[in-house]
Design a protein around this ligand. Structure first.
Ligand code: URA
Length: 200
């Protein structure tokens, strides 16, 4: 971990991280991306298949949902710093397919210093956890998305810390009606954050 972190020295150092075993199966470590002094930071779980190949966060199907949500909430993606709690893709190989697996708690803990360094560099005013892995890593194991989403959470990490659903959960909706409802809630959470930022 670089002593004086910057986004470029963190990105360079990430590929030699051996704090857990996930580097072995991954193509590369994926650091966050966006404005180095973004007002808003969003934190997902871990890179998926596309992110692992391309080396950028949220560029696969979940990224498509995130982009739509941001657009509908009037937030420009390039003004957001987007990252993950875990920087390497965890998966199970099934034939040629790589099936996403949730990171274990020890892998999340081992990876946290990278996110802490990103927070130190970016110092966002608002921090949004996308889904339970990020929320529980940053706010504690008792956090529940259904109960706590949208509300300001007590935290020193930023002035406003909130939680919303992970975009992948919207992709997993059973039918169109459920998907639309999940998307509306997602956009509503993001719109409230946009209003908070605009009021500053
Ligand atoms: N899911 C995540 O949590 N992060 C990504 O970067 C992509 C999918």
């Amino acid at each position: 971990m670089p002593g004086r972190p910057s986004l470029s020295n963190l990105r360079e150092a990430l590929d030699s991280c051996r704090a857990c075993d996930l580097w072995e199966g991954a193509t590369q470590g994926v650091l966050g991306e966006g404005a180095a002094r973004a007002q808003l930071m969003m934190v997902g779980e871990q890179p998926g298949d596309r992110e692992d190949i391309e080396g950028h966060p949220f560029v696969g199907p979940a990224g498509g949902v995130l982009d739509k949500g941001l657009e509908q909430a009037g937030i420009a993606r390039d003004e957001v710093y987007i990252t993950n709690v875990v920087k390497h893709f965890r998966y199970k190989a099934r034939g040629k397919r790589r099936i996403h697996q949730k990171p274990d708690r020890w892998q999340v803990s081992a990876c946290l210093p990278w996110l802490e360094a990103e927070l130190q560099v970016v110092q966002p005013e608002a921090l949004v956890c996308l889904g339970a892995t990020a929320a529980q890593a940053l706010l504690g194991p008792h956090v529940r998305i259904g109960r706590d989403r949208g509300a300001p959470m007590p935290s020193e990490l930023a002035e406003l810390v909130t939680i919303t659903a992970h975009p992948s959960s919207i992709l997993r909706a059973q039918d169109e009606a459920e998907r639309r409802e999940a998307m509306d809630m997602f956009v509503s959470d993001l719109s409230n954050i946009a209003s908070w930022l605009h009021a500053r």
